[in-house]
Ligand binder design. Structure first.
Ligand SMILES: NC(=O)c1ccc[n+]([C@@H]2O[C@H](COP(=O)([O-])OP(=O)(O)OC[C@H]3O[C@@H](n4cnc5c(N)ncnc54)[C@H](O)[C@@H]3O)[C@@H](O)[C@H]2O)c1
Ligand SMILES: O[C@H]1[C@H](O)[C@@H](O)[C@H](O)[C@@H](O)[C@H]1O
Length: 351
């Protein structure tokens, strides 16, 4: 029997999700060795290694991690602003790369990444749009494709975070939060976007700086006329809440959430609401990384969300930010055809 290859992974950025993926890659996904970690804040990565009882090389400069011969695959979980430089360096070194969403800050940066990847002659990168792997979204897409509700006409969505850091601003609400729906919606309904507009309703008193409009309403119309509404609210206070209803000609599909045990106590009947993405999308992240590692460990291109998917999302997000800055003015969208390079295996087909 052929010996199983153990994939050597280096993780750059050991914050909230970097720590979560560190745990996932060492405890949940088989045949992975996290050989190196890196965080720009001195001592932060080592502290997390100690907390999880792990050993790995601890770098403070991501170039050193990328160039370490003991790192075959780079996982970028640094802040949004650092994705571009880290991904470009990882691709330059010819290493398979997983980059958390958003791929980069804007469409221009994403296009540079695409050019760098194309030079390598095959797909080397996957973007962390994990909802493609969430069983409930996969089921919803299959039901739409099977025509269960007839033609989709409208989508009604909610992306609520209990809270976000003090400095979180309107741009991040788009490129870091709404980006998930921006990415998944056209995939769900097999359509592309015709236009987008973003406006702000009455603002919550919980905003901590004047650079954020919260909540925001993101409205998209697809080329065939499907109307999509997404409420983005990052200081909703009560919990983490993701809603997606697809309204069709014959019926409605409703995205389920992670079931929580109900309690009957003191004359009350209640169920918990999750408070963050960690528990809400745990199984999606697990499946996502099993799929990514399964491919790259065999020296095969990843088949999950690609740089092109990152680019399409970034073009849409750029237009959304423009709309917000122009008091909700409608921004037309027109996407180039998917290059041949990304046509094969550019979206998750089966998991
Ligand atoms: N897919 C998802 O659902 C999901 C969930 C959470 C976060 N994310 C994404 O993951 C990224 C990180 O988010 P987070 O919440 O963990 O943020 P965070 O601030 O907790 O962690 C980011 C870490 O990266 C480090 N860092 C920044 N620049 C660096 C550099 N140049 N080199 C090395 N380390 C660097 C920071 O010091 C920090 O420790 C963001 O891009 C976010 O959008 C995705
Ligand atoms: O980075 C996180 C993550 O992507 C979550 O899934 C999303 O709900 C948050 O808004 C965002 O800040």
């Amino acid at each position: 029997m052929a010996e199983t290859h153990v994939t050597k992974v280096g993780i750059v950025g050991i914050g909230f999700i970097g720590s979560d993926h560190l745990h996932r890659l060492t405890k949940t996904v088989a045949n992975v060795d996290v050989t190196a970690v890196c965080d720009i804040v001195p001592g932060k990565a080592q502290k997390q290694l100690d907390k999880q009882g792990l050993e790995a090389k601890d770098y403070s400069d991501y170039h050193d991690l990328i160039n370490d011969p003991n790192v075959e695959v780079v996982v970028c979980t640094a802040n949004n602003e650092a994705h571009y430089e880290i991904v470009m360096a990882a691709l330059k070194a010819g290493k398979f790369t997983f980059c958390e969403k958003p791929l980069a800050l804007d469409a221009k940066q994403c296009m540079d990444i695409i050019n760098a990847e194309e030079k390598l002659g095959r797909r080397m990168l996957q973007v962390g749009f994990m909802r493609h792997y969430a069983p409930e979204y996969v089921q919803m897409k299959k039901m739409i494709d099977d025509g269960v509700i007839g033609k989709p006409l409208m989508m009604d969505q909610r992306h609520y975070n209990q809270t976000q850091p003090e400095e979180y601003d309107s741009t991040r609400s788009i490129i870091e939060t709404a980006i998930h729906e921006i990415d998944i919606d056209h995939w769900l309904v097999n359509d592309s976007y015709a236009n987008i507009r973003v406006f702000s309703p009455k603002q919550t008193k919980y905003v901590q700086n004047k650079n954020i409009q919260d909540p925001q309403i993101v409205m998209i119309t697809t080329k065939t006329g499907i109307n999509i509404i997404n409420e983005v609210f990052v200081r909703c206070q009560y919990g983490y809440d993701i809603k997606c209803d697809v309204i069709g000609e014959e019926g409605v599909l409703e995205l389920p959430t992670v079931p929580q045990v109900a309690t009957r106590l003191n004359a009350e009947y209640s169920t918990a609401i999750l408070t963050d993405w960690k528990a809400r999308f745990e199984s999606a992240y697990d499946i996502e990384f099993r799929d990514f590692i399964n491919h790259v460990s065999q020296d095969q291109s990843p088949v999950g969300p690609s740089s092109w998917d990152g680019y399409i999302a970034a073009v849409t997000a750029d237009a959304a930010i423009k709309s917000l800055n122009e008091d909700g003015a409608t921004q037309d969208l027109d996407f180039p055809d998917t290059p041949e390079f990304y046509q094969e295996n550019s979206a998750v087909k089966s998991v």
